[in-house]
Design a protein around this ligand. Structure first.
Ligand SMILES: NC(=O)c1ccc[n+]([C@@H]2O[C@H](COP(=O)([O-])OP(=O)(O)OC[C@H]3O[C@@H](n4cnc5c(N)ncnc54)[C@H](OP(=O)(O)O)[C@@H]3O)[C@@H](O)[C@H]2O)c1
Length: 181
């Protein structure tokens, strides 16, 4: 609840939830506290849940653009704290090419990644329980990545998934049956 309150105070208006996260009570308490304080009105908040899709990124982006659908990018920092990370998995915020861009633009690696996603036209939803990072992740509006640097970031696209949702494997509506991960 405290992270949600900090996020609303920082200016976030999109809160992503899921039954699966088992945090609805805490998220709801954070939202209610800020509505009760008069910081935000319910109609100003965009509270989302989940819709799975099995299209990979370029196809999905083109399909959604054709229908004027806005795409949300979950785990935009590569979910470095995911419990199922394997030794040797890339940690995006520590990747040398991203560190170099951070140095060049005088921003943090997370801000480089989030700005990149914004410039792609998707809405990144980073998660942090750290107040300073909550603010940092919203501070991406004062710079623009040039085309060459966007191309550098494009090279991280490996058509892979950090969230496998293997707990749903075998279910008729599980969308990732044929994926390798
Ligand atoms: N639709 C789906 O199936 C689905 C799946 C997964 C996630 N999601 C949504 O996406 C949101 C984000 O996903 P996620 O938590 O998996 O991954 P993420 O946002 O890519 O990464 C979160 C991790 O990055 C750290 N972090 C945050 N800001 C940082 C910064 N500025 N510098 C360095 N590290 C930073 C966080 O640490 P601290 O918290 O310790 O600061 C946390 O360990 C979730 O909250 C959820 O709403 C949706």
């Amino acid at each position: 609840a405290q992270a949600v309150k900090d996020a609303i105070d920082a200016g976030y208006r999109h809160i992503d939830c899921a039954l699966y996260y088992l945090n609805e009570e805490e998220v709801g308490a954070g939202i209610k506290a800020k509505i009760d304080e008069g910081v935000v009105k319910r109609e100003e908040l965009f509270v989302t849940s989940k819709l799975w899709c099995n299209l990979m990124r370029p196809d999905l982006c083109a399909f959604c653009k054709s229908l004027d659908i806005v795409i949300t990018a979950y785990s935009p920092l590569g979910s470095p704290d995911r419990p199922w990370a394997k030794p040797g998995d890339p940690i995006l915020v520590k990747e040398p090419k991203i560190l170099a861009l951070a140095e060049k633009y005088k921003k943090t690696p997370a801000q480089i990644i989030l700005r990149y996603l914004h410039q792609l036209g998707v809405v990144p939803i980073p998660k942090s329980v750290t107040k300073s990072r909550i603010a940092e992740n919203l501070d991406i509006w004062d710079f623009q990545l040039n085309a060459a640097d966007v191309a550098v970031l494009d090279t991280f696209d490996c058509n892979g998934r950090v969230c496998q949702h293997s707990e749903g494997a075998g279910h008729p509506n599980h969308p990732f049956e044929n994926d390798e991960w």
